[in-house]
Design a protein around this ligand. Structure first.
Ligand SMILES: [Zn+2]
Length: 88
């Protein structure tokens, strides 16, 4: 059905994993009871790191799709968001 390239698939997987980890750290952070501040700060740092990682994964994925033109809109399932960039 979809001839998406292998690298795109790998980058997409990395992006999804990084985003999931980020979401998990956010849940931990926001759920955390407001007692030991040290743990809060550690979670905050972990959240920042996870966020940066997921952003980097997003950029890598988007850049690949943009340069490789392998981002077919139909291949994105469960998410109607479409990122389309015209190379000017
Ligand atoms: Zn590709």
């Amino acid at each position: 059905m979809d001839t998406c390239c292998e690298l795109r698939r790998q980058l997409a997987e990395k992006f999804a994993t990084a985003a999931r980890l980020y979401a998990e750290t956010v849940v931990l952070l926001t759920r955390y009871p407001s007692n030991p501040e040290q743990d809060y700060n550690r979670l905050l740092a972990a959240t920042e790191k996870a966020k940066n990682r997921s952003e980097a994964a997003a950029v890598a994925f988007e850049e690949h799709v943009a340069s490789h033109q392998c981002g077919s809109p139909q291949s994105i399932d469960g998410n109607s968001r479409q990122v389309q960039r015209e190379t000017a």
